[in-house]
Structures are given as structure tokens and as C-alpha cells.
Design a protein around this ligand. Structure first.
Ligand code: UDP
Length: 334
């Protein structure tokens, strides 16, 4: 199998940058396309990058030709659930229209391998746990709908045109590359683990827990936190699978272990040695009580295995990054 050139959209973001690092580490050529609306130039691992949007089809076509791209990993998207409720147009434009133009550019340039950043937000409120890929898709917010629409688009395109794709439904991406060069940073930050760790560094005073009256073991929401490098690993396996002639498919990426918000706070206290002040808040609209993956399919078909299987080891890597973040990210987003 030849190592070919991969276009990574959103390669300056949290998940994209970790994947670029793994691609380069394994000898692939990775070209980043990022509009830096939420990405950071400091997270650019590849020397080969273009500032731009997937909405700019002419530009995308040019990149596919100029760099002789044979596969695309598509991370570029808006990913705040709350914002998607307030401003769905932005989400349908960037996530749906942006992906449509990208796929259209690929079709016109004869590039037919596609790896898509999907989400467990496509499922909505689960009927049963763990979630398997055949669970009905009933998203409960516009963000989840945009991911579901793209998955449908991919399914239809793969039947009608020459497109082979893998859609990866991430559960809760967390942690950082232990090398300390990369990590999580959103502006504004809305994700649980970085917010808790920013209480530990003194950047924030407390963490608000969104609801303590859920029907879970301690009343707080349950999520499946999956290490960012294990997500990266799944992308490389998906790429090899497609290059080896694998048929289009959809896979969850999760550890199959659920942790409550309180358990995450406790793990952060243990790792940081600091006590975290917790404030009980209202439920956050659109939050399913519990999301836990079945990863049986990706284990079986892509032979993927997570390296980080316990929450504390994930938090340790996030903590190492959190203490460095402000030095690494000298530039602001945008
Ligand atoms: N959460 C919380 N307080 C916060 C941020 C998040 O209690 O300040 C909870 C949230 O309700 C969810 C979990 O932490 O149950 C993970 O939220 P996050 O936003 O990190 O990821 P999501 O599950 O929304 O993708």
C-alpha cells in the first residue's frame, strides 16, 4: 500500500492537529486546510498548510490538484452544541454546505477516499446503552443534525458516485498528546475537563455542574471520555482500511466506559492534587443523561484498541497540557 497525500481540513484544531501529528509520524504527507476561525497556528504540525474554507470549492479543487491528494480527513466544522441552537444557520452553512462543496470538489477531481468526523450527538437520547452504530439517529440539537445530514449525504454519494468513506462517531474527545506540543483549547472553552482543570490552575473559580438530578448513579450526566490519540489512531486505521479497498462504513470511537461529571471532578482532584470547587447548576438544554459507546465494531473491523482505558490517565495528559497551554498558544484564535 503506497503512502499517499492526505488533505486534513481543520488540521489546526484540537482533534485535527493530533491526527496530523500521527499521519506525519507514520510517514504520510498531510496538507492542512484551516480557516483559523477556531484553530490555532501554534497547533500546525505540518509545514504544508493553506488558510481557507471548504466552502471555497475552487480553492479546494486547486489544493487537491496541487498536492496530488488521494484522501481527505474532514475535521473542519463548528462544534458547539449551545451555539448551534442559537445560530443554526452558521452550523448548516459550515458543517453541511462546507462538506457538500468539499465532496463536490473531490468528485470533480477524482478523489474518492473520505474520513468524516462524526459524533455521538447523531444518536440523541439513547434507547439503550451501550450505543451501537445501528441505534436510530434522532439528534436533539442542530449540531447533531448537521452531522447526521452529512452522514446521509455520504451514504447517498457512495451509492451514486465513486466515493468510499468512513464516518467516525466520536464520543467525548479528551486529553492531550503526552509530548506536550498539542492539546485542547476552545475559545470560549465549554468542555468539562479543561474547565475543571482551569479551576485547578486558578484561572477559574469553580465548575458548574449542569444538573444533579439525572437518573444516573450519582445524579450527574454520564459520558464516555476517549483519549485524543486513540481517536487519531482510529483515523489512521480508517485511512489504511480505505486504501486497502475497505467498503464505506460507520464506527463509534469510545472506551465503552461511562463516567459521571462528579467522577470526572474527582479524577481531576486526584491528578492535580487540588480541591475543585463545584457549584450545582441547572441542566444544560440538549444534554442526554448518559452516552456510552459500544466500540465492538471498530475493534472487530478496524482492529482498533484504545491505549488509554482509564479516566485518570486521560486526565493526566490533559493536566500536563493545561499547565503549558498559555505558553504554547501565543497567538489567539482567528
Ligand atoms: N458539563 C458540566 N459543566 C460544564 C461543562 C460540561 O457539568 O461546565 C457536563 C455536561 O453537562 C456533560 C458533560 O459535562 O454532561 C460533558 O460536557 P462537554 O461539554 O465536555 O461535552 P459534550 O458531552 O457536551 O459533548
Amino acid at each position: 500500500m503506497s503512502m499517499s497525500n492526505v488533505l486534513v481540513t481543520g488540521g489546526a484544531g484540537y482533534i485535527g492537529s493530533h491526527c496530523v501529528r500521527q499521519l506525519l509520524g507514520q510517514g504520510w504527507r498531510a496538507v492542512v486546510l484551516d480557516d483559523f476561525s477556531t484553530g490555532f497556528k501554534d497547533l500546525l504540525i505540518s509545514d504544508e498548510w493553506v488558510e481557507g474554507s471548504t466552502l471555497d470549492k475552487r480553492r479546494v479543487k486547486q489544493i487537491l490538484r496541487d498536492y496530488d491528494i488521494s484522501a481527505v480527513m474532514h475535521f473542519a466544522a463548528c462544534a458547539y452544541v449551545g451555539e448551534s441552537v442559537e445560530n443554526p444557520e452558521k452550523y448548516y452553512e459550515n458543517n453541511v454546505q462546507g462538506t457538500l462543496r468539499l465532496l463536490s470538489a473531490m468528485r470533480e477531481e477524482g478523489v474518492n477516499q473520505f474520513i468524516f468526523s462524526s459524533s455521538c450527538a447523531t444518536y440523541g437520547v439513547p434507547n439503550q446503552l451501550p450505543l451501537t452504530e445501528d441505534h436510530p439517529l434522532n439528534p436533539v440539537n442542530p449540531y447533531g443534525f448537521t452531522k447526521r445530514v452529512v452522514e446521509q449525504m455520504l451514504a447517498d454519494f457512495s451509492v451514486a458516485y465513486d466515493l468510499n468513506y468512513v464516518s467516525l462517531r466520536y464520543f467525548n474527545a479528551a486529553g492531550a498528546d503526552p509530548g506536550g506540543q498539542l492539546g485542547e483549547c476552545h475559545d470560549p472553552e465549554t468542555h468539562l475537563i479543561p474547565l475543571i482543570l482551569q479551576v485547578a490552575t486558578g484561572e477559574r473559580e469553580n465548575i458548574t455542574v449542569f444538573g444533579t438530578d439525572y437518573d444516573t448513579k450519582d445524579g450527574t450526566c454520564v459520558r464516555d471520555y476517549i483519549h485524543i490519540n486513540d481517536i487519531g489512531k482510529a483515523h489512521l486505521l480508517a485511512l489504511k482500511y480505505l486504501q486497502g479497498g475497505g467498503t464505506s462504513d460507520v464506527f463509534n470511537i469510545g472506551t465503552e466506559v461511562g463516567n459521571t461529571v462528579r467522577e470526572v471532578i474527582l479524577a481531576c482532584e486526584k491528578v492535580t492534587g487540588k480541591s475543585i470547587t463545584m457549584v450545582v447548576g441547572e441542566r444544560r438544554p440538549g444534554d442526554p443523561p448518559a452516552l456510552v459507546a459500544s466500540a465492538e465494531k471498530i475493534r472487530r473491523i478496524l482492529k482498533w484498541e484504545p491505549e488509554y482505558t482509564d479516566l485518570e490517565s486521560i486526565v493526566e495528559t490533559a493536566w500536563a497540557w493545561e499547565q503549558k497551554r498559555t505558553q504554547v498558544l501565543s497567538e489567539t484564535a482567528g
